[in-house]
Design a protein around this ligand. Structure first.
Ligand code: CMC
Length: 423
């Protein structure tokens, strides 16, 4: 049987053979379907990209029905168990896990670029004391583009590599500076003798009057695993922003700032913060039936539940539940955990959630861990942005080198006035 689709246009009676490739038709093949020579041709209408592939990618595979997530073919469970976040970041960007020497060089390059220009501190100083850290992060990532005019050479491989090291290296520093500013504490410079996650914890929590600070190894390891789980998730809202903005060929700092802004929203990376706020609001297990009723009445969303792609348990949520036990052994049990566990139990046995295939997603338990580790709630989306930087950069580079890609420019269906005239 040929891999084609036969379409009959009942307006004209004409029939068309459209090739099917990798389970998809080219939307531009529909343009030949016209009612007259002046007709623009048939469009596909797909608000929010519900059924439109915008690219071909070799980076991340998600099977939402089976609850499978793989980076470059490796199951997320194996990567979380056997790799460091920086190995995974290398895998995403370069396509293969690094050899020992490649890894050492990669870690060196990223560590070497963790410092930021002193002027960046002045930007952060300029923010109001209660500025949201995501707002500060979006702005400072964008500001980096002004320090590195060489970053415009996006088709130069060496320049791209340099910006990738800089962005992965500097984002924890920007994030920690934003936090320290919001609590009125002196900024802590990066420590190059620490691992990626340890260095972040040090910049967040080291008292400014000492250079001695030993991050807890269990907490640093847990954070590193959380970084792995958040590193990429194929064509979601922020990755699409990275690719779309990147498609007009600005430097990667500008594109990454746009991606970070997209991640900020409560329906995306802001959900981890909203979950904890919701659990705080519920306050006790006996209030759960009331919340479930409000959700079923369409009055609110159950934050941390549901996903555009996963119609099964999010595999990342499963791993996070396990890490939670290790973290709580060090920090003490988060008092909200019992509410979260009961909420999950009630929701998963309720017809409303079962019918709609709404399961806990990555954000349902991550916030509880962050909270137990002492992170304030409004920094949670920042903790998502730090590791997602490697995924965004891998996707940005793939887009740039893909000869089928052009500047991103959707069509619209115009439903406004026909021509009219000013009286
Ligand atoms: N609580 C209650 N009902 C929900 C929820 C929820 N969290 N999510 C979806 N639904 C309902 C929705 O109202 C709709 O019902 P109906 O068919 O009766 O109209 C049905 O389920 C299908 O939902 P949808 O809105 O068509 O799904 P979507 O693919 O457009 O949205 C989502 C996906 C993640 C934005 C949405 O599930 C949601 O808002 N969840 C809460 C926010 C959240 O946890 N976001 C984190 C996502 S995972 C990490 C990330 O990618 O950032």
């Amino acid at each position: 049987m040929p891999d084609t689709l036969t379409i009959k246009d009942n307006r004209t009676g004409k029939q068309y053979e459209i090739p099917i490739e990798s389970g998809a038709i080219h939307a531009t093949d529909l343009r030949q379907i016209k009612t007259s020579d002046s007709d623009f041709g048939l469009l596909s209408y797909d608000p929010a990209f519900l059924n439109t592939a915008s690219c071909k990618s070799k980076i991340t595979f998600v099977d939402g029905d089976a609850g499978i997530l793989r980076y470059r073919g490796y199951p997320i469970e194996e990567l979380a168990e056997k790799c460091t976040y920086l190995q995974v970041a290398y895998l995403l960007v370069h396509g293969e896990l690094p050899s020992k020497s490649e890894y050492e060089q990669w870690v060196h390059n990223i560590t070497y670029h963790t410092m930021v220009h002193e002027n960046v501190k002045k930007f952060v100083d300029g923010f109001h004391h209660d500025a949201h850290p995501m707002g500060m992060l979006v702005s400072t990532i964008a500001a980096l583009s002004t320090f590195y005019p060489d970053a415009k050479n996006i088709f130069d491989e060496k320049s791209r590599d340099l910006q990738i090291w800089r962005l992965i290296g500097k984002i924890p520093t920007l994030a920690a500076f934003a936090y320290r500013h919001s609590v009125g504490m002196a900024y802590i410079y990066p420590s190059n003798d620490l691992t990626y996650a340890e260095n972040f914890l040090s910049m967040m929590y080291r008292p400014s009057w000492t250079t001695k600070y030993e991050p807890n190894k269990t907490l640093a390891k847990a954070l590193d695993v959380l970084f792995i789980l958040h590193a990429d998730h194929e064509q979601n809202c922020s990755t699409n922003a990275m690719r779309t903005v990147g498609s007009s060929h600005p430097d990667p700092y500008s594109a990454a700032a746009a991606a970070t802004a997209a991640l900020y929203g409560p329906l995306h990376g802001g959900a981890n913060e909203e979950v904890v706020r919701m659990l705080e609001e519920i306050g006790s297990v006996d209030k759960i039936p009331e919340i479930i009723r409000q959700v079923k009445d369409g009055k609110r969303l159950l934050m941390g539940f549901g996903h555009r792609v996963y119609k099964n348990y999010d595999p990342r949520a499963r791993i996070i539940k396990k890490i939670a036990d290790q973290v709580f052994e060090v920090t003490g049990r988060n008092r909200l955990l019992d509410i979260a566990l009961e909420l999950e139990k009630v929701a998963l046995s309720d017809d409303y959630f079962v019918k709609r295939k709404l399961y806990p997603n990555v954000d349902f338990y991550s916030g509880l861990i962050y909270q137990a580790m002492g992170f304030p709630m409004d920094i949670f989306p920042v903790l998502f942005a730090i590791p997602r930087m490697s995924g965004w950069l891998a996707q940005w580079q793939e887009m740039l080198l893909d000869h089928e890609q052009k500047i991103s420019r959707p069509r619209q269906i115009y439903l406004g006035y026909p021509e009219r005239h000013v009286p």
